[in-house]
Design a protein around this ligand. Structure first.
Ligand code: SIN
Length: 298
């Protein structure tokens, strides 16, 4: 019997495989057995409903995708009423990804979150006018946002960082000091697609967030840098498509991992990865994940 459980943010997850925010919603329960997952992160919620950016919002690129969704969502109040009851039935740990355009908005939304396992604070979205990546590039603002969230909730707080920070380690340290109990490294990389018919950027907001295999070595290095320097667990995210990628993230220092755009091409990837890590551990004679990972539990 292989024990795949991991501890972070004061929680025990049955395994390290977590679905990232924004790539799934409740209809996926028809395809994926959510009870088998370590956890899920529900897509970015704000205090008030948001329309998001005008189309086009997403396009394929070689080895990945680039999106400019703009954090479209129903807002926390409608979410609490209409979505939360169903999420509570999923049989896995549920985290909410939250977003605000000001520190005050982060405080307010945090105080309205209940009945979930934890909060993932998004200071890393490249596709919005205010907030997002602008908060995550600066250690001082990252500190203020994290502190505001921690002061308004008793739930574990994870902060999702942007690879666009000039020194991601300094930002991670600021979040740790402000009370974060884990770091997600990393959100999408800012990128650009030009429509050659018009000669203009494809997305109205110009910048998009690049994800998928194209960013895996880049994201992996960010995980290595952060996990080598901060004392809280790091959840690795960026271009993971199979169990070999997950192992690389473990060896780089991740405690757990998030699956993002692979869900678009292979929705069964999470279950395949859990099965293949189990097989790998058996073949190598490991009885638990701690023997494989170079990481911090918490
Ligand atoms: C978006 O909604 O634009 C993507 C979310 C993110 O990058 O955090």
């Amino acid at each position: 019997m292989i024990d795949l459980s991991v501890n972070f943010a004061g929680l025990k997850l049955k395994n390290p495989v977590i679905l990232a925010s924004g790539v799934w919603d409740l209809p996926y329960t028809k395809i994926i057995d959510f009870k088998k997952l370590g956890g899920v992160i529900y897509k970015g919620l704000s205090l008030m409903p948001r329309e998001g950016n005008p189309p086009p919002r997403i396009t394929e690129i070689p080895c990945g995708v680039i999106n400019s969704i703009g954090l479209a969502n129903k807002g926390i109040k409608v979410f609490n009423r209409e979505v939360l009851p169903e999420l509570k039935e999923l049989g896995t740990e549920v985290f909410l990804n939250i977003f605000g355009e000001s520190i005050e908005e982060f405080s307010k939304i945090s105080s309205l979150i209940r009945d979930v396992s934890g909060i993932e604070v998004n200071i890393s979205c490249p596709n919005v006018e205010k907030g997002g990546v602008y908060f995550g590039r600066d250690p001082e603002t990252a500190y203020q946002v994290t502190k505001a969230v921690c002061e308004n909730t008793d739930l574990p707080v994870i902060v999702k960082l942007t690879p666009a920070a000039s020194d991601i380690v300094v930002v991670a340290e600021a979040c740790q000091e402000a009370g974060a109990c884990a770091i997600t490294a990393v959100n999408t990389f800012p990128g650009l697609v030009i429509d050659i018919d018009s000669g203009k950027p494809l997305f109205e907001r110009v910048v998009g967030g690049v994800s998928g295999p194209a960013i895996k070595p880049l994201a992996l290095y960010k995980v290595y840098e952060v996990s080598s320097n901060v004392g809280i667990p790091v959840i690795g995210s960026g271009g993971i498509g199979n169990y070999e990628d997950v192992l690389e993230y473990f060896f780089a220092g991740a405690t757990a991992i998030q699956l993002g755009s692979v869900i678009f091409t292979n929705p069964l990837a999470p279950i395949e990865i859990i099965d293949n890590i189990t097989k790998y551990a058996k073949e190598k004679g490991y009885s638990n994940l701690k023997e494989i990972r170079r990481c911090v539990d918490g």
